[in-house]
Write a protein that binds this ligand. Structure first.
Ligand code: NIG
Length: 390
């Protein structure tokens, strides 16, 4: 493989704390060298070494590829009617998940595979070079194992979310026994994580604990959907059990914020979902000021967040959630990497990291929020290979 020197970078967001230039580790008038799929050198253009070939980005900004740490990409069906109903004033309820369950159970492997690959490709072309994918729309043993196998075709961060909701006609405790027994046995070989929707209308804190502890015994890392639709014990449980991430976090008490700040559990915020469900935004400012690690993710799914646009999430976090541009971009790259415990490999542009690069048609990342909704992506490379524009 030949090495590539990339120049003409007006602003390089490295997220490298060693540079001591702020959270984003930003360098002006920068260059970088990619060799064998990895970043080999980063610095000021004036000091750049030579390489086998050169690319001039002509004054564009470069940032790490987005790390989308929360998606539900393997599903079938459409819930635009439910969305329209919600926009007419009806509240979101977790029960909509069962609509997608029925459509997903009825879809063939080929249909699910093609739809997930299409969604992954759209995300990749807009800069998402790493993503997590959850199961959770089959809710039976064979079906959840099938979704995990299909998800594993597009990511090595597969999350088992059999505990998404209790399927219709099933006793909740019997379902928890199924999830923590035969379903876990069938899914665990394809998954890295286990997740539970700890919320009124889904699983109680006690049931959630049983699910997470079983997942841990099976060797899976822990993630939690918590405090999305109302205050609750999801965040406290996630922190107590040392989950890598607790996602949503819309309704937090002061002690939830303190607990997150004192822990290694990442607070993953999902602004596109909050807009689509008309939930209050999570207290991003309070979390960051208290010292919690915050990630931003798309929560791409057919019910509450039918988008894979991380740029939209970043713009919303800045414009509506009082995050700075630098914090939001960091949260959607390095923050996501920490939430997936992949921060030794992705989410940063530094020697040794995978060369996942996102060059934009703008001189600075501030344009994500300054020109919201505009298509800014110029070029994406993953592992040093340029992604075709499609
Ligand atoms: O993250 N909160 C639970 N799960 C999804 C919703 C999925 C759906 O409604 O289909 C979420 O928002």
């Amino acid at each position: 493989m030949t090495s590539e020197l990339i120049t003409g970078i007006s602003e390089l967001t490295t997220n490298d704390p060693a540079l001591e230039t702020g959270l984003g580790g930003r360098i002006r008038d920068a260059a970088l060298v990619v060799d064998d799929g990895r970043v080999a050198w980063v610095g000021r253009a004036a000091a750049a070494p030579d390489a086998d070939r050169r690319t001039d980005l002509e004054g564009r900004a470069v940032l790490p590829g987005w790390v989308d740490s929360h998606t539900h990409l393997v599903f079938a069906g459409d819930r635009s009617e439910e969305f329209e109903h919600r926009m007419a004033g009806h509240a979101y309820a977790a029960g909509g998940i069962r609509t997608t369950m029925a459509a997903t159970r009825g879809a063939s492997d080929e249909e699910l595979r093609a739809a997930a690959a299409r969604a992954r490709d759209v995300a990749l072309r807009s800069g998402t070079t790493w993503l997590e994918v959850k199961t959770g729309y089959a809710l039976d043993v064979e079906g959840e194992a099938r979704l995990a196998r299909l998800a594993a075709e597009i990511t090595s961060d597969v999350t088992f979310l059999g505990a998404h909701v209790v399927p219709p006609g099933t006793d909740a405790d019997e379902y928890v026994a199924l999830v923590t027994g035969p379903m876990l046995d069938a899914v665990a070989p394809h998954a890295r994580w286990i997740d539970v929707f700890c919320e009124t209308g889904a699983f109680t804190p006690e049931q959630s604990r049983v699910v997470l502890e079983a997942g841990r015994r099976a060797g899976l890392g822990l993630r939690v959907h918590g405090n999305q639709l109302g205050p609750g014990e999801g965040v406290a449980l996630a922190v107590e059990l040392g989950a890598a991430s607790v996602d949503h976090c819309n309704h937090l008490s002061a002690s939830d914020v303190d607990a997150l700040a004192a822990s290694d559990t990442v607070a993953t915020l999902l602004p596109a979902c909050d807009l689509s469900t008309r939930q209050p935004f999570p207290p991003a400012r309070e979390l960051i000021d208290a010292g919690a690690t915050v990630a931003l993710a798309s929560n791409a799914n057919p019910g509450t967040s039918n988008t894979t646009s991380m740029a939209f999430c970043v713009a919303t976090a800045v414009l509506q959630m009082r995050m700075t541009v630098e914090e939001a971009v960091w949260a959607a790259t390095a923050g996501g990497a920490i939430a997936l415990r992949r921060d030794d490999a992705v989410g940063r542009i530094a020697p040794g990291f995978r060369a996942d690069l996102h060059a934009i048609d703008a001189p600075s990342v501030s344009h994500f929020a300054y020109r919201p909704g505009m298509e800014l992506t110029h070029r994406v490379s993953r592992g040093g290979a340029e992604v075709p524009r499609g």
